[in-house]
Design a protein around this ligand. Structure first.
Ligand code: BTN
Length: 236
């Protein structure tokens, strides 16, 4: 894996989008600071300088690009393994791409792609940041807020790169063992939530995550599967 680290950059995902042509498969780009870090739906990704882990991995391998639907859940399973190795408890995976600890988000995953050419996996894990902005403070946590002590971002990053590399190799070989971790730690399981279905927010009950990575839900007493979209606890 080729590794690049910046002190500051606009966004590690954007860097890979702009430079993927010249970089090899599995290039990992991290940064201590991002001036335009973004999350899903183009939301801002908040992080103080040098306090959190932010990186992106470039995938150019066609076989893996085709399996993009497995990737965010598989990366979430890697985060769960990593946090477990730091003795953190109560970790769960919120389909399709967040990791929660004690009902608060600790990690977000953002997949972006350039059709048939590459896939970029962006990961933001809150590590040593204690305070977050008003808008997100009630629903956000970090390793320091759980363990009350600082964690080396460098060590965390190297452990996570290894876990992710191993998991991506498994996916390439059609090994979907990450699914068991996702199902056993499914944050949404049995919860009543709002899901966007045909552009309408519907109250549904979550049943499980399917083998094709879609979410199995109950809508008006009928079981349906959704392949993407945001799941919220309140109607907008
Ligand atoms: C989300 O929860 O919406 C996904 C957040 C992803 C944030 C990471 S930080 C590293 C990479 N660069 C970005 O601009 N975003 C991702």
């Amino acid at each position: 894996m080729k590794k690049i680290h910046f002190k500051t950059i606009n966004s590690t995902n954007t860097y890979l989008k702009e430079n993927y042509k010249f970089l090899p498969n599995f290039t990992c780009v991290s940064s201590a600071h991002q001036s335009q870090g973004h999350g899903r739906y183009n939301r801002n990704w908040e992080s103080n300088n040098n306090e959190n882990l932010m990186f992106s991995i470039l995938i150019k391998n066609k076989k893996l690009i085709e399996k993009f639907s497995s990737i965010s859940l598989a990366i979430a399973a890697c985060i769960l393994k990593l946090l477990t190795s730091y003795k953190i408890k109560n970790i769960s995976i919120k389909w399709p791409n967040d990791v929660y600890v004690n009902d608060k988000k600790i990690c977000g995953i953002l997949l972006e792609g350039i059709a048939n050419e590459c896939l970029i996996i962006g990961v933001g894990l809150n590590v040593n940041q204690t305070n977050f902005s008003k808008e997100i403070e009630d629903k956000t946590t970090s390793i320091i807020n759980i363990k009350n002590k600082k964690t080396s971002i460098f060590l965390l990053k190297n452990k996570l790169y290894k876990l992710i590399y191993k998991e991506l190799k498994k996916i390439e070989n059609d090994d979907k063992s990450y699914l068991e971790i996702v199902r056993n730690n499914n944050y949404l399981k049995d919860k009543e939530v709002f899901a966007s279905i045909n552009n309408k927010q519907e109250l549904v009950k979550v049943i499980d995550v399917n083998v094709d990575n879609s979410l199995k839900i109950l809508l008006h007493e009928e079981i349906i599967n959704i392949i993407s979209g945001e799941i919220t606890f309140h109607k907008d």
